[in-house]
Write a protein that binds this ligand. Structure first.
Ligand code: PLP
Length: 429
């Protein structure tokens, strides 16, 4: 599946109204790790749903029927996107909510004295739900990071694993450190111990195709709003676990849903881990995300009949290569800066780090939030703070002022990166 042409950044940018006719189209946007812009296909599907099918789904009349079909199809496509089966995914409000629901629904799987291991590198959304289970007798152990590099080591994990460990929770790529963790190797170690592996792919998924089967994970979560979609989260839970999941919806649902309320029944996850269900128009707008990836594929590759997952894989392989050109320019500039220290490794290798760069500011009088504000005055959007990964920042001995974070998406261009470097040159003198 050779690409016909390199990543066509002009074509890609033309897909995003925010970059063209949006009120802030002149802004160089580098807060993608907090949520990306959306392509026009997503906006169109959202609009179409609201205009034509915004009625209660699962009814017998035409608009309801069409809306329902689109909700179902979007869910199937999101499963296909990560190489999962359709009954193994749930689309929830966001990753935090998906993990909270999962922890509650898995509660009875844990016995008094069982262990859960969580990583210190993780966003709090993959820590707090598991800490809540302590009140039911579960012990939560922290997999520490190296206090200088911010890295996790497999040896440390091996020391923590025991016969009591039921679950290990770790990020695929930290939203602060940026390192990519070797998930397949971690899965092998965790499974050898007869434990389950839950991976937070929120920071990794905007840059790589996700193949949950090849990764060998038991649970995988990502946030669709950081992957060019609306504000929703996608969670994969391997089918063999479904029997363990306790329904979180009403104890009794209308007949229509009752078929989904028996653990292990088809589509059990979508209903039982999603009390009240999620915003229907946003779910349907995910069909626009499918159209976006199809358009990228068609533009860059000779049209052939490969499935949606293969298309996403091809597109992401091309876009991540393009992102390294942005990272190279940025890392070369960064290497010369005395006032900025990069957290994590400075390898421009997509298998080692994501293009999410957190920086310590060593300037005598400027704090991260002040640098972010001065950049905003120059029409450059970045963010500062702890990014809900305060345990990681504490371990790195970074105080309350936090870090400055710059994150790229595949619609950023070199011109914007130069603008960022030039602006920082002026600010940090
Ligand atoms: C690495 C990581 N995990 C989890 C989350 C939580 O995602 P959500 O906002 O969808 O709850 C975030 C959000 O910033 C994140 O960056």
């Amino acid at each position: 599946m050779l690409a016909l042409k390199p990543w066509d950044i002009e074509f890609v940018r033309s897909q995003f109204p925010a970059l063209n006719k949006g009120k802030y189209s002149e802004t160089a946007f580098f807060e993608n790790a907090g949520g990306t812009y959306v392509p026009h296909q997503v906006i169109k599907k959202l609009d179409e749903y609201l205009v034509s099918t915004k009625v209660q789904p699962y009814g017998v009349y035409a608009s309801s029927h069409e809306g329902t079909q689109n909700i179902e199809l979007a869910t199937v496509k999101m499963a296909e996107m990560i190489n999962a089966d359709e009954d193994e995914v749930v689309i929830g409000h966001c990753t935090t909510m998906n993990l909270y629901m999962l922890a509650m629904s898995l509660r009875k799987m844990f016995k008094q004295g069982d262990d859960i291991i969580v990583s210190e590198q993780d966003h709090e959304s993959n820590i707090s739900p598991w800490l809540r289970l302590q009140e039911f007798g579960v012990t939560v152990k922290f997999w520490p990071i190296d206090p200088i590099t911010g890295r996790l080591s497999l040896e440390q994990l091996e020391c923590l694993l025991s016969a009591k460990t039921r679950l290990v929770c770790v990020t695929h790529s930290s939203n602060v450190v940026g390192d990519v963790n070797p998930i397949k190797k971690i899965a092998d170690v965790v499974h050898k111990n007869d434990s389950l592996l839950l991976v937070d792919g929120v920071s990794y998924a905007p840059h790589h195709a996700i193949d949950v089967k090849a990764l060998g994970v038991d649970i995988y979560v990502l946030s669709l709003y950081k992957l060019f979609g609306p504000h929703l989260g996608l969670m994969y839970v391997k089918r063999i676990l479904h029997d363990q999941l306790e329904n979180q919806y009403f104890s009794q649902l209308p007949a229509l849903y009752q078929q989904y309320q028996k653990p292990g029944s088809p589509n059990y996850l979508r209903i039982s881990l999603n009390p009240g269900l999620v915003n229907h128009e946003e779910v349907v707008s995910l069909l626009g995300l499918v159209e976006y990836f199809n358009a990228l594929y068609q533009h860059h590759f000779s049209a052939n009949k490969c499935c949606f997952f293969e298309k996403v894989k091809a597109v992401m392989a091309l876009s991540v290569r393009y992102e390294t050109t942005l990272s190279e320019c940025w890392l070369n500039w960064l290497a010369k800066q005395k006032n900025l220290t990069l957290i994590g490794n400075n390898d421009n290798d997509v298998n080692q780090r994501s293009p999410t760069f957190s920086l310590k500011i060593n300037h005598p009088s400027l704090l991260p939030k002040e640098v972010a504000k001065l950049l905003a005055d120059k029409n450059i959007a970045v963010q500062s703070g702890s990014f809900y990964a305060w345990r990681c920042l504490n371990a790195l001995k970074i105080g309350d002022d936090g870090l400055l974070r710059v994150s790229f998406a595949h619609f950023n261009n070199l011109d914007e990166v130069h603008r960022l470097c030039n602006a920082l040159d002026e600010i940090l003198i």
